[in-house]
Design a protein around this ligand. Structure first.
Ligand code: HEC
Length: 245
């Protein structure tokens, strides 16, 4: 029984996605491929760090893991940070972000663990034009997303292709079957974009791993805090009960 429940829990994301009729595309990334990680890192600092931080990740650590020396890291990856020992934080504050997007762009340190690499890859490929949305775009795997399609110039715009389905009650409605490029001439660009997104997802996958260490140390701090708190609570309880006994 327990196994059955576990299997169902593990299958849940797949079932939800199957229900929405959208199949995830495979990221097929390889975190041991350093050249790919370097491309991904560059894409991340250039196109994502305007809005997203990766605050559990240090530049120095990236350099070490990706085979870059301090100067190379400084020249290629560090635009706002000053010291190589700094983490990938950003200048944008939450209030501004809220004003502009209605949400705060989340930190992406462990996003690959939260969402999975296939989801991330599909997400980055699935922005499409939707005039009804404030940013003019929507996303197949993240309905009504607040993020603009920041890489539209790299990919070219996509539009939805609809199909009509009839549900059990006999009502027919239109659903999105797939996405197609608005301009056929962008085909080549879009192919390159897919490769780039594989590198970017690879980088996001990799940073999720070193971040694990930081999360563990935070875990210990939380446990320590709870333990000290417990001591106080016990002392207090004793104090209260003294008069009653
Ligand atoms: C102009 C600001 C901006 C830029 C640049 C940007 N994003 Fe976002 N991103 C957002 C906002 C805002 C959200 C929150 C969307 C929501 O919750 O509706 C978001 C959400 C996301 C999410 C979904 C997080 C979740 O909730 O699971 C991912 C993944 C993501 N961004 C990846 C990226 C990547 C990769 C890049 C670089 C190519 C990037 N973003 C660049 C603003 C931005």
């Amino acid at each position: 029984m327990r196994r059955l429940i576990l299997a169902l829990i593990l299958l849940l994301p797949t079932m939800v996605l199957a229900y929405s009729g959208i199949e995830l595309q495979k990221a097929n990334n390889d975190i041991s491929d350093k050249a790919s990680l370097q491309v991904g890192a560059k894409l991340f600092v250039n196109y994502c760090m305007g809005c997203h931080s990766a605050k559990y990740v240090r530049f120095q650590r990236i350099g070490k893991d990706l085979g870059l020396n301090d100067e190379e890291v400084q020249e290629n990856l560090m635009f706002t940070a000053e010291k190589i020992g700094e983490t990938m934080t950003i200048a944008m504050n939450g209030d501004d972000a809220n004003k502009w997007f209605g949400v705060i762009p989340p930190d992406l340190s462990v996003i690959a663990r939260a969402r999975g690499t296939d989801w991330l890859y599909s997400y980055l490929l699935s922005f499409y034009l939707d005039p009804s949305r404030p940013m003019g775009v929507n996303n197949l795997v993240f309905k009504d997303v607040g993020m603009p399609h920041v890489l539209w110039e790299q990919q070219g715009w996509q539009k939805p292709v609809y199909e009509t389905i009839t549900d059990e009650d006999g009502h027919s409605h239109e659903v999105i079957k797939s996405l197609a490029l608005v301009d056929e001439a962008d085909q080549e660009k879009a192919e390159q974009y897919k490769k780039d997104m594989r590198h970017l997802v690879n980088f996001l996958d990799y940073i999720g791993e070193p971040a694990k260490l930081e999360r563990h140390s935070l875990g210990w701090k939380v446990l320590l805090f709870l333990f000290i708190f417990l001591m106080f609570a016990l002392a207090l309880k004793k104090e209260y009960w003294r008069d009653i006994h």
